[in-house]
Design a protein around this ligand. Structure first.
Ligand code: PLP
Length: 354
């Protein structure tokens, strides 16, 4: 159990009105906890949201030793506040930390910290349909030292951002660019870890895709550039000839919590599922035979993101009829229904914030 010291703001901000968008508005408070080698994690605290004072020599600025997580808090119709599988974010934090030589945080301490900060700022959880409070835990290396080494000090923080409905006008299928020049991650690298470096490596591909009118990049494996890995910040699923297929976790793909939830729900529904290697050629062939029935991305931000178009070199695969697929819609309704407390939580995924 952390002994969290809470200092409340004396000048609360006005709550936002109108469209929230994503990631630009922050709540009144933040959680902080320091790590010092030899002492461990210490001084867990909640303070008014504030800027940081850091040495320009801090290791995070030079060699990128940092990690982040992303999850959401939801307000149910009865006024209860819920998190969705926060223990999974805590476990993934430690897998990321191990890869980046960042000290682990006990799972129960991580979950306690998330609950504590959400509880303090619970009035910031928006209630309009599709909205939620985005939670961003992250850790940075703070030792002021220009040598390449593991930092002796770290700062763990959690900030909160009320976020709008991902889709303003329903679940609209997006266009996806299959990138054949740049790669995001390789086996043995840090593709499975949630760390800024993976995103830095993805920007050039994203710019290319945007310039061509596609909203997201689908990455191929870094060795043969043949097998499907994942989308920028989402895992990818295909419905091929009645089967729900997704790339298997191979070390260079981020193990999404939404991905895991979708697989469990599909199995519960009795749908055949497969986690395997999928090549671009498999997709082109399925498309040519009329068997590529649905394509969707999964991630905390959008939950389910239907894909209407996939471009690979000179081929453009148009999926479905420009509308969300039947299974995609059903999965969206089921996952968000569980998150919001509208349907029975048979998997025990919802966690109440006191
Ligand atoms: C966070 C993330 C995902 C989605 O994970 P969820 O736990 O479902 O939100 C997928 N890919 C990448 C690269 C990510 O960073």
């Amino acid at each position: 159990m952390l002994d969290i010291k809470i200092t409340k703001t004396t000048s609360p901000k006005a709550k936002p009105t109108g469209k929230l968008g994503f990631g630009k508005i922050f709540t009144d408070h933040m959680f902080l906890m320091n790590y010092t080698r030899g002492k461990g994690w210490h001084d867990p605290r909640i303070e008014p949201f504030h800027d940081l004072t850091l040495s320009p020599a801090c290791m995070v600025f030079h060699y990128g030793q940092e990690m982040f997580e992303g999850l959401k808090a939801y307000k149910a119709a009865d006024g209860s506040n819920y998190l969705f599988r926060p223990d999974m974010n805590a476990k993934r934090t430690n897998n990321t930390n191990d890869r980046l030589c960042i000290p682990q945080i006990p799972v129960e301490d991580f979950v306690q910290a998330v609950k504590a900060i959400v509880s303090v700022d619970q009035d910031w959880i928006p209630t309009e349909p599709g909205t939620s409070l985005y939670i961003r835990p992250f850790i940075i290396a703070t030792e002021p030292f220009l040598g390449v080494d593991v930092s002796e000090t770290f700062l763990f923080m959690i900030i909160l951002s009320p976020s709008g409905a991902y889709y303003e006008s329903g679940l609209e299928p997006v266009g996806i660019w299959i990138e054949d020049e740049y790669v995001r991650a390789v086996r043995g690298g840090m593709g499975f870890a949630k760390t800024g470096g993976n995103y830095a490596a993805s920007l050039a591909g994203q710019v290319k895709a945007h310039d061509d009118g596609y909203s997201q990049v689908l990455w191929l494996d870094g060795v043969e550039r043949k097998y499907i890995e994942e989308v920028g910040a989402m895992n990818i699923f295909f419905k091929i000839d009645g089967k729900i297929v997704t790339p298997m976790l191979n070390g260079s793909i981020l193990p999404g919590i939404t991905r895991d939830s979708v697989l469990q729900i599909c199995r519960d529904w009795g749908l055949p599922t497969e986690e395997r290697r999928i090549s671009v050629d498999d997709l082109l062939e399925a498309q040519a035979n009329g068997k590529l029935e649905e394509v969707f991305g999964t991630g905390t931000a959008a939950v389910i993101s239907p894909v209407g178009k996939l471009r690979y070199k000179d081929d453009v695969m148009v999926i479905g009829d420009g509308k969300i697929g039947e299974i995609s819609q059903k999965l969206y309704d089921t996952v968000t229904g569980i998150q919001l407390g509208k349907i029975e939580d048979k998997f025990g995924w919802r966690v109440k914030v006191d």
